[in-house]
Each structure stands twice: as C-alpha cells, then as structure tokens.
Design a binder for this molecule. Structure first.
Ligand SMILES: Cc1ncc(COP(=O)(O)O)c(C=O)c1O
Length: 407
C-alpha cells in the first residue's frame, strides 16, 4: 500500500476516534446513537489511477445510482469522468454540479415518457433502449436523441444479474435497428452490462463480440455507429484479471479510433470511498438467549435496511473491526478473540449483518464497529423501515481537488 494511502487510512481512523470521543460527551443526544461515515477522496483518486492504467482507451461514465453523494460526484467530475444517470433526479443532481449535459448518458432502457421529455429538455442527448415500444416513445418525445441499443449480456457469476431484466436478445437486434431506421431515429452505437460484481473473465469478450455483430448490423443499415458502451460490473478484487480481457477484446473487435469506447462503472469507484462506524447498542450472550446461537449476539445501530442491504441482495460478507471505548465505569472487558453474530437495529430477524464476526476482544455496549468498503449500493439504498433514519452524518477527508476548497 502506498504511503499516502496508509496515512489517509490513519486519518480516517483518527477522525472516527475523534468523532466517537465527541459523541461520548453527550451520550443522551440522538446523534450519539446514530452510525456515521468517513469518506476519503484518496480512494477515488486511487481507483481512477488504476482505471486509467488498465483501460486507458475506455472513458468512464460513473453510475450515479451506486452512490449519489454530491462530494463524490464533484470529485469524479473534476477528475473528468462522465455520468451514467438512470432517473430524472440523478440527471438534475449531476447538472446541478455544473456538469455539461454532453457528459451524461441516460442509461435506462425503459424510461417513463415524462422523464424522457425532461431529460431531453435539459440537454441530455444520449440514451439507451432495448425494446420496440421505447423507440415509439423516443420518436414521439425526443426524436433527436442519439441512441445506443443495449444488447443482452450475462456473466452467470455476477452478484447482481442484469441480463434477466434488460438487453435485446441477439435475434431481436436486427428488427429493432430496422424499426429505428424506419422511424428516422439516430442509433449511434451499442451498449451492454455483463452484471454487477462480475467475475467470469470470458464474459467481457463474449459481450464485445456480440456488440460487434450488432454494430455491423447498424452500420449496414446506414447508421453512423461511433460509440461502444461496455457498461459496469468491475470490482476491485478481480480488476487486474477482468480489465485486460476487456481491453484485448475491444482492441480486437474495435480497433478503429473512429469508435469511442465508454463504460459505466459504479462500485469500482465508490466501494472503498466510505468507512462506516456503527455503535453496539445492545448485546446478548448465548447463555442468556434462547439457546440457539453458538456465539454472543451484538446489536448495532445500522443494518440491512440501512447501509448493509448488500447482505441480502448480494450476500456480501461484512467484516467489522472493534473500536473499544473505555467508558471508565469499570466494566471488565474479556481479553482475547471473541466471536459474535451482529444484528441491525430493527425488529426484523432478517436484519443480520453477519453470523460470525471475530473481534480482537470482548465487545461491550457503547463500543463501535468499523466497516471498510461501504461506499457502493449502501447509503444509496437505505430505507427508514421501523423508524430508523436513513440519512447519515458524513465526514469528508482528502477532498482537495484542483481549484476546489477542502470540504
Ligand atoms: C445500466 C447500468 N450501468 C451501470 C451500472 C453500475 O454497475 P457496477 O456498479 O457493477 O459497475 C448498473 C448497475 O446496476 C446499471 O444498471
């Protein structure tokens, strides 16, 4: 790990400890019992550096849905990224930062007409489609929109499969392109998404070859096909394996520099950006419980209805680190490794973050648990189920960018 990154991690840890100490001063304030987040700009810069090293020809359009934090969007805008928006409010959020609409792709193949109209009136000119009805809508509402045909792509190992919901089947691409031609619409390229958190190295080459076939169909019909959008699906854990297979496939199938290659990464950029601190608000040990659990049980102030929804949607394994707080009221703390199941604050038994977490010592009520890599599909999909807040206090470190002030 680079030195700057290590010192940034220390900064994050120090900030968490400082904030916990502050909260300890007012134990009965509601804030003292809420989770909080530290967002580190160093991580965004690192991810972008890695992207540019592995995929220099592919221009990233960050998928806003993954984490619409304004500071993150601004940081990425300053780094020169474009944005993949899927709703009107995402478009407005990005435009509100002063980003030119030409840096936005409206990347939802099934759009409500009102949204389509609003997007178009705000200057967005690039959108995806994957079905015939969508073409009729576009013809009626925004006929000058430049279009990418989203084709079916699927990595069966992806944590979130998108192929079962979106993407024109190989047999449908010709008729869709013909219809677009008949309607006088402007198809300018092809897009796909192999699935979120993908891990099959062959998935990209297969999708790129399918895209090439559809590209040629469009070209044969007279469309000026100039954009290939390779979607998202990238993750830290296997980027060095997946990215080269994509890069090689793109070079083989799309060697011409007349074709602009773009992508829609979400989690690759956002995941490491957030570190979350969640407080232990209660606990039971197995001897005082119903006798079913083999380990002690911790209840913390955030759960699957908050930042931990990926436990349910993706079966993500969350690994807490204990931040013990010496409250000075003489409760003896058991030393050595302790195992716990960790639960969220709601009354729902599905609200379990992990069945087995090993902490370096006993955890007491009032301690905090730290979770790294909490930036993707976390706060963005938090609900207020059971009356627990779905907004988070966020502290930003290392956000000095170009001409921007420290936040
Ligand atoms: C159209 C589209 N683009 C991009 C993304 C971002 O994917 P990821 O976070 O896997 O990079 C998604 C995620 O659902 C998506 O639906």
């Amino acid at each position: 790990m680079a030195t700057t990154e290590m010192s940034a991690d220390r900064q994050v840890d120090n900030l968490i400890r400082r904030r916990i100490a502050e909260l300890e001063e007012t134990p009965f304030a509601p804030q003292a019992d809420l989770p909080f987040i530290v967002a580190d700009g160093t991580k965004l810069r690192r991810q972008h550096h890695q992207w540019m090293q592995f995929l220099p020809r592919i221009q990233p359009f960050y998928a806003v849905k993954c984490n619409p934090d304004v500071h993150l969007l601004r940081f990425l805008a300053d780094l020169g990224l474009g944005f993949d928006c899927a709703s009107l409010s995402e478009i407005q959020l990005v435009l509100g930062l002063g980003v030119d609409p030409s840096r936005i792709i409206f990347s939802h193949p099934c759009k409500a007409v009102s949204t389509l109209q609003m997007a178009s009136s705000r200057g967005v000119t690039l959108a995806t489609f994957d079905n015939s009805d969508e073409l009729d809508k576009i013809k009626n509402v925004s006929p000058s929109m430049r279009l990418l045909l989203r084709i079916y792509a699927q990595d069966d190992t992806a944590r979130v499969s998108l192929g079962k919901k979106f993407g024109a089947a190989p047999l449908a691409t010709h008729s869709l392109l013909s219809k677009a031609r008949a309607l006088g619409l402007k198809v300018v390229g092809i897009s796909f998404h192999i699935g979120s958190a993908a891990s099959e190295p062959n998935a990209f080459p297969i999708a790129v070859r399918d895209a090439r076939r559809a590209f040629d169909q469009g070209r044969d019909m007279g469309f000026d096909m100039t954009i290939l959008d390779v979607g998202g699906g990238f993750q830290d854990s296997n980027f060095d394996l997946m990215a080269p297979t994509l890069r090689v496939a793109v070079e083989e199938e799309f060697p011409s520099r007349h074709v602009r290659i773009i992508a829609e990464p979400g989690r690759f950029y956002a995941r490491s950006y957030y570190t979350l601190a969640s407080k232990v608000i209660s606990r039971r040990n197995h001897s005082s419980g119903a006798g079913f659990s083999q380990v002690g049980m911790l209840y913390q102030n955030d759960g699957i209805y908050g930042c931990f929804m990926n436990k349910v949607t993706e079966d993500e394994a969350f690994v807490p680190t204990l931040i013990s707080v010496d409250k000075g009221h003489g409760v003896p703390r058991g030393q050595g490794k302790h195992c716990y199941s960790v639960w969220g604050p709601t009354c729902d038994s599905v609200d379990c973050i992990t069945d087995r977490a090993t902490l370096h010592s006993e955890a007491l009520v009032g301690d905090w648990l730290k979770y790294e890599n909490m930036g993707s599909y976390s706060a963005a999909s938090a609900t207020s189920f059971n009356g627990f807040p779905n907004t988070y206090e966020i502290f930003y470190v290392n956000h000095r960018m170009l001409s921007r002030k420290e936040t």
